[in-house]
Design a protein around this ligand. Structure first.
Ligand code: SF4
Ligand code: SF4
Length: 419
């Protein structure tokens, strides 16, 4: 069953303009690894010319869902929507791997359990012992890609962002308005320092912050075709979004921002869907908010400018079409000399947990990105997505590159005068 997915795939004109933008096609050169080939396969399957079987699994699951193809596609086919639906049909027929089911149906629905598990894992991982890797290997959790999975995260923070944030009162001296902060899982559990920088910037620029007690946005489940879980996460979080009286709802993860804005797609109740629409318009990516409040910034101007370049997270560049804000913010910082990264809007290969599930392809895509980073000759590589930060930082560590990878908000905060 492919519902309106069929209408999408039959509108493909087979022009091939998606080829030069597709990271998986660029590393493989294979037609079934580009949007055109993927759409034709889904079409053939819907028309009964190809059976839904395990042979087509790689074609469906090796797509990054980056939507770089969409940016070049005249009929504007959203490949992520086609692929998510096809993956849903696949897992409906063949089932979901147990680990995925556990993560989407239990762990992410009980973040307190995930938090306890990470606290148990942190001392082992952070001590540099291989015990964690061994334990997970015995449990069969990450299989052959375990080594990559463990290396990606340099350290597991001992406290989550929610725990650290609860130690302070996030009220500005003079209030301009109120912001609801949606806490992404990557920031909460892996990069709390990024979230703290966001909270500090929001208060420094005069906004009272309500930290939403939200669940995962649902994008990881979407990426694996678990649309039933997506509906669950969307339903839980939509209640929170509807309840807040904040002027803006802000996230510092481009993927969360873009996915939250899609919640109407997963709402079965037409009344709630209508109520939700104006609320979704209040959702703003932090990058955009930083550009909007640029006039209120008080920047340091006290050193030789350092060279900064920028990697566009796919959800900002190809889903939200938001490329201008980050560049405007960086160009406005006196201590920054901005250099454009070649192929800045090409996926880094991180793509959520793609780098674990498809580590061989992911590494090839990352290698192309790192070659571009070398040519930009920058001191800092900034971006705005925790998965990109993890992937890029890992690549930089592996290759001993003299580049700091950081979130845009950390760059902004580092250059902000705090009195
Ligand atoms: S650019 Fe769009 S229409 Fe052209 S082949 Fe690719 S998916 Fe089809
Ligand atoms: S979503 Fe990305 S990986 Fe998938 S076909 Fe489009 S460009 Fe290629």
């Amino acid at each position: 069953m492919l519902d309106n997915t069929y209408d999408k795939v039959i509108s493909c004109s087979k022009c091939g303009f998606c080829q030069p933008t597709c990271p998986t096609y660029l590393v493989s050169g294979l037609e079934h690894e580009v949007a055109r080939g993927r759409h034709q396969l889904v079409r053939a399957q819907a028309e009964g010319r190809v059976a839904m079987n395990k042979d087509i699994k790689d074609t469906l699951f090796q797509c990054l869902m980056c939507n770089a193809c969409y940016s070049n596609c005249f009929p504007r086919i959203k490949t992520d929507e086609v692929i998510a639906r096809a993956r849903y049909d696949y897992i409906t027929r063949y089932g979901q791997p147990q680990l995925q089911r556990y993560i989407f149906h239990y762990l992410l629905r009980h973040p307190e359990v995930l938090s306890r598990l990470l606290k148990l894992a942190a001392p082992v991982k952070n001590s540099g012992l291989s015990g964690l890797a061994q334990a997970l290997r015995i449990l069969g959790w990450f299989g052959k890609n375990l080594a990559t999975a463990e290396q990606l995260l340099e350290k597991i923070p001992r406290k989550s962002l929610r725990e650290l944030a609860a130690m302070r009162n996030w009220q500005p001296r003079k209030t301009r308005g109120k912001v609801a902060y949606f806490v992404g899982c990557g920031i909460n559990f892996a990069q709390p320092e990024v979230g703290l920088a966001t909270l500090e910037l929001l208060t420094l620029r005069g906004f009272a912050v309500e930290i939403l007690p939200n669940f995962c946005c649902g994008l990881p489940a979407y990426a694996y075709g678990d649309l039933d879980s997506v509906r669950w996460f969307a339903q839980q979080n939509s209640e929170l979004l509807l309840a807040t009286d904040a002027d803006y709802i802000i996230t510092d993860c481009g993927s969360c921002t873009s996915f939250l804005k899609e919640y109407h797609r997963f709402c079965d109740d037409p009344v709630q869907s209508e109520r939700l629409q104006p609320i979704l318009n209040k959702i703003v990516d932090l990058t955009h908010w930083l550009a909007d409040t640029m006039d209120w910034a008080n920047y340091k101007d006290d050193r030789q400018p350092y060279r900064v370049t920028w990697h566009d997270p796919c959800h900002l560049a190809h889903h939200l079409h938001e490329k201008a804000s980050s560049r405007a913010v960086m160009r406005n910082i006196p201590n920054v000399s901005y250099t454009e990264l070649p192929e800045a809007d090409m996926c880094c290969g991180g793509a959520g947990s793609y780098n674990i599930a498809h580590s061989d392809i992911s590494k090839k895509i990352l290698a192309r990105k790192l070659t571009n980073v070398v040519s930009a000759n920058a001191d800092i590589l900034a971006t705005a997505c925790p998965a990109c930060i993890m992937q890029l930082a890992w690549g930089v560590r592996q290759n001993g590159m003299p580049v700091r990878v950081m979130h845009l908000n950390q760059l902004v905060l580092e250059n902000t005068v705090r009195d």
